[in-house]
Structure formats: structure tokens, C-alpha cells
Design a protein around this ligand. Structure first.
Ligand code: FE2
Ligand code: FE2
Length: 201
């Protein structure tokens, strides 16, 4: 298999930096500085929000919720300016800032087929799963006159089978992510429908 953005690394961040995490405001500042494409910013806000919601539902503490939130919020931060270097740039930036290695690892493994890094922790796996599904549910909402209102899982699944719809979203990745997370695609979709940050961007 040829990887499109191989990281060729197995360790990320410094174990001593566990517990060191920027604030939400600092993460937003980084996003606003690096990313001009507002669709991409919104995508990261959506994934970040799903990650935070999931950590909340799981009853994780405030630090862990922020860890999940920021992993989602920053996972594509370098895509706008350095698409060929995605996600090496953001990883190096977060390492230079001595950020919690768990966040850096989650970002490094958000596309195993592209970066060659397997998601290991629950947070890694959920970031991978939410990344693809969030965009798909959003694309689906944009083609419905009622937007997110009344989205049903049945209609959504039909779209999933229609290869021409949101063709850039890999069905293979969705299946793979759900298997790795040990959560059915239906459950994942339902969680995204219920918790997705809504918008028209
Ligand atoms: Fe990405
Ligand atoms: Fe993404």
C-alpha cells in the first residue's frame, strides 16, 4: 500500500509533556492564524465539538474533555497552507509547543491509510471515526431543504451506498473506523446526527 502522506514515525510528542495543554483560546488563535478557508475551520470545529461531546458523555474530567476537543479542533490545521505536508506540520508545531503527546498521537493517526500510523487509544479511534462521518453528515444536511432537521438514519444510509454522493468521503475509511472503534456505523451516525454543530458553511 502506498501512503499519500507517510509520517514514517512511531512516537509523537514527549511523555513528560502529558498534562500540558494549551487553552481553547490558544487553539483558536492558532487556527485563525493558519487557516483562511472557513469551510475547513468549520469542519474542525464540528469534529472538535463531537470529540468534546463524546468525552462528556463518557464522563471524562474537564482536562480530558479539552484534550479530546483540541485534538478534533486542530487535526487538519495545516491542510490549508501545507496540503502536501499534512499532518506533519501541525504535529511539529505541537511538539515545539510541548503539548500533551496524547493529542499529538491522536492527530498523527487520524488517517491510517494516509499517514501510516494506527489509532490505538479510544481518543485516537474516535477522532478517526468522527472525522469522516462528520463531513458526510454535514454534506447530507446541506442537500436537504430542512438541513439537519429530522435527519433519519435510514435515508442517510441510502446516501452512504450512493457512490456519487460526497464521493470524496471514503466509505472504506468509515467501515474501517467503525470496526476499529468497536462501534457500529449506525451508532456512530446517530451520535453525529444528535451532537453535530450545525451550520450552513
Ligand atoms: Fe486530515
Ligand atoms: Fe478532517
Amino acid at each position: 500500500m502506498t501512503l499519500s502522506h507517510p509520517l514514517n514515525r512511531t512516537t509523537f510528542g514527549n511523555p513528560n509533556d502529558e498534562g500540558n495543554l494549551m487553552t481553547l483560546a490558544e487553539a483558536e488563535l492558532l487556527l485563525n492564524t493558519w487557516v483562511k478557508n472557513e469551510k475547513l475551520v468549520f469542519h474542525m470545529q464540528q469534529v472538535g465539538h463531537l470529540m468534546k461531546s463524546y468525552a462528556e458523555v463518557k464522563g471524562y474530567d474537564a482536562y480530558t474533555q479539552r484534550l479530546w476537543h483540541l485534538s478534533g479542533l486542530l487535526h487538519d490545521a495545516d491542510w490549508d497552507q501545507w496540503p502536501d505536508d499534512h499532518c506533519r506540520k501541525i504535529i511539529e508545531e505541537l511538539e515545539a509547543r510541548n503539548q500533551d503527546p496524547r493529542m499529538i498521537k491522536a492527530i498523527a493517526s487520524h488517517g491510517p491509510r494516509y499517514f501510516g500510523v494506527d489509532p490505538d487509544s479510544e481518543m485516537d479511534k474516535m477522532l478517526y471515526a468522527f472525522d469522516e462521518l462528520s463531513g458526510f453528515v454535514h454534506a447530507y444536511s446541506l442537500m436537504r431543504p430542512q438541513g439537519y432537521e429530522g435527519i433519519e438514519i435510514k435515508g442517510f444510509k441510502k446516501r452512504l451506498k450512493d457512490k456519487s454522493f460526497a464521493a470524496q468521503v471514503s466509505r472504506e475509511d468509515i467501515t474501517d473506523a467503525s470496526q476499529r472503534a468497536g462501534i457500529t456505523v449506525e451508532e456512530l451516525i446517530q451520535f453525529v446526527i444528535d451532537n453535530q454543530l450545525r451550520g450552513v458553511v
